[in-house]
Design a protein around this ligand. Structure first.
Ligand code: SF4
Ligand code: SF4
Length: 307
């Protein structure tokens, strides 16, 4: 069985990416299981999706603790101690990342010695489909290439899954062109195939034990959680206010879902980048276009390794 774990943020389409990979595997004749895990639906919040692909029935369930391939939808997740996207990835596993850093920098920063593909899939998505959400089809297609799934299966899977979430035929065609570019030059990676966990004797049914909410959602209910969840590290883009264009209308202050915009004594809006999660609602809502969106790109010191 091959186990693939996707890490992304709410709104980046990693649930759809995992479904595309699972559907492509099914169309290529494998058995596949995909399951996303996220807390309360919240744009920008880290989420995980798991895909298992096998030639025999799959009895494992839940988040994959030791994946064969990890897909990271943006590199800001690498340094989030509450996410740790590389946890459990063996040195022989594969790593696929969307990042504006070079592959060499990504290898140094992650310390991953195995197969690694690091490309600026976000810029590719913005250029080809005009939306950051395109990173979903791009990463799904690249992951399928690393897994050796066939081109026709990937095309059919993207069509099926994007139609299911309501994209127009034109948008699906644009995503298919993007997927083609995204997988160009990516070779199949020989991943160590580990055996299927054996079902218990006499029953293929998996009993999932009940756990009370304070066990099942410790990151939400744990008391010392708030200092760890400064949402400022969720951003892929940062809003930047141009005071010269601001008319002090308060719209951004009222609309920000995180309370990340404060007004000073003269009623000028100011951003708290420790809290701003980069949802860009303020950019959309500002009536004078005074708020620009700027791509986040944190410098990685040469000695800094993420794990
Ligand atoms: S400041 Fe803007 S981008 Fe940041 S959380 Fe508020 S609305 Fe979203
Ligand atoms: S919405 Fe735009 S114009 Fe209004 S206060 Fe915010 S930045 Fe200024």
């Amino acid at each position: 069985m091959i186990r693939v774990r996707f890490h992304g943020r709410g709104g980046q389409g990693m649930k759809t990416a995992s479904r595309i990979v699972g559907t492509a595997a099914l169309l290529d004749g494998f058995i596949a299981q995909d399951s996303p895990v996220y807390g309360a639906e919240r744009r920008g919040a880290p989420m995980v999706a798991s895909v298992r692909i096998a030639e025999a029935p799959i009895f494992e369930r839940g988040v994959i603790p030791a994946p064969d391939l990890v897909v990271v939808a943006d590199d800001t997740l690498l340094d989030d101690p509450a996410v740790q996207p590389l946890a459990g990835l063996p040195p022989t596993g594969g790593l696929l990342m969307a990042t504006a850093h070079s592959e060499e920098e990504a290898r140094r920063h992650t310390g991953h010695p195995g197969a690694l593909v690091a490309r600026d899939f976000l810029t590719l998505a913005l250029e080809q489909v005009g939306s950051a959400a395109g990173v979903s089809a791009a990463l799904a297609s690249a992951a399928c290439a690393m897994l050796g799934l066939s081109g026709p299966a990937v095309v059919a899977a993207i069509g099926t899954e994007l139609e299911a979430i309501g994209l127009s035929p034109d948008s699906i065609r644009a995503n298919l062109r993007l997927a083609e570019s995204a997988r160009a030059g990516i070779q199949r990676v020989e991943l160590p195939v580990r055996s299927l966990a054996a079902p218990r004797a006499g029953s293929p049914v998996v009993d999932v034990a009940y756990a009370p909410p304070e066990v099942g959602t410790p990151s939400v209910t744990a008391r010392p959680n708030t200092p760890l969840r400064r949402t400022g590290n969720w951003r892929v883009f940062r809003p930047v206010i141009d005071p010269a264009k601001c008319t002090q209308c308060w719209v951004c202050f009222v609309r920000c879902p995180e309370g990340a915009i404060e007004l000073d004594a003269e009623e000028n809006p100011h951003l708290d980048y420790e809290v701003c999660k980069g949802c860009l609602i303020c950019v959309e809502e500002c009536p004078t276009g005074a708020i620009a969106k700027v791509r986040e790109m944190r410098e990685w010191a040469p000695s800094e390794v993420t794990r």
